[in-house]
Design a protein around this ligand. Sequence first.
Ligand SMILES: [Zn+2]
Length: 399
Amino acid sequence: MDLFDISKLNTYKTSGKSFCDMARRIRINPLIADYYEQLGSDYDDLLVTRGFNTTDFQTKCHRRAERILQCGRTVSTSTWKESKVHHIKSVQLCADKFCGNCQKQFANRREHRYTPLLNVLNEKYDLYHVALTVPNCTGFFLPDTVGKILKAFGKMMKFFLCRKKIRGLPFEGLGCRGAIRSLEITMNESMSTYHPHLHCMFVFRKGINLDKPKVFTNNFSFSKGRKVQQFSAFEVLIQKLWRLCFDGDKVTKAAIEDLSEGYSCIVNYADGNYHQIFKYAVAGLLADKKKAMRKDGNVQRGLSYTEFKDLYFALENRRALQGYGCFYGLKLDEAELNADDAADEEIRSIIHSLNGIEECMYSKEKLRDVIENIVIKNHVYFSDKDIKSNLESLAEDDT
Ligand SMILES: [Zn+2]
């Protein structure tokens, strides 16, 4: 090992903590796997067709269960045994919607990849964070409500992108270039209802200050009887437009004016903060559940089977993230599993040096062995920047 620069290797070293964080995040996966098996047997007469393939729902659920159980448990490496050095080539992931391990890494990757693009846009345009909500619903109506929300957003975007006009309301003046919308579902624990809503990033013409001045008061201004916020004229307009789109009503200037109140919507200048829109759909919900569980150690406060089932049918075959206008076609929902950049120059030179000392062996290692090797046996695990930053992102909270 002293044949080459140890400090160079240290830059690419993956800490034992990263793997411990992964182990922590997949701790809930056996429970989700049980839920998948149960879901499969509850709907064992269901058939699912994709393209030309038809499988029964139970088999599909069983495969999901197996995949989520395996998530993060195998690390593929090249190992230089004598030198006690391992090069991480990939970590087997499951890409499941309910896997905190995968979703956290995908969210991190999205943010990492698209923040530079938003920063560039921010120089020429103003970016706004827009939150759109609808009344809470029960589990029974959740799939239908989510479907309606996504459809309503598509309808509303047509007005913003001026593909459809509302007589008397010149949307051209906003100079909207596009938007990214991100679906989130949280829960109202006390009333056991769901709160599906959208976090969006809108690109508007520079300098029109849509979120100011906040001078209008309505029902959404109050929380627990206290006045907590006021709205700008644009926010009030969005609230009403959004309501008409969601309720499936005809959108005209008169219809907007006749509406005494819309649905709660908030518009704020993003000011370089884009984190919210890259999150995954149930991140906040699972974080809340975890917090409640930690508080009194009651496992019942974790995700229940009924809640899992409600969320499963609400999110299945839906795009949680979608780009419109200038963001159309952006790959936001993909589930990539391996590092996509070829190993860079430095990594190649490290591998070259190691190969000069001894021959490497390809191996599939169990997560618990990896942790033991690093923490107890002082082995070195290194990986390229992509895998390293993905693993490190697991330490943060989901909120
Ligand atoms: Zn996973």
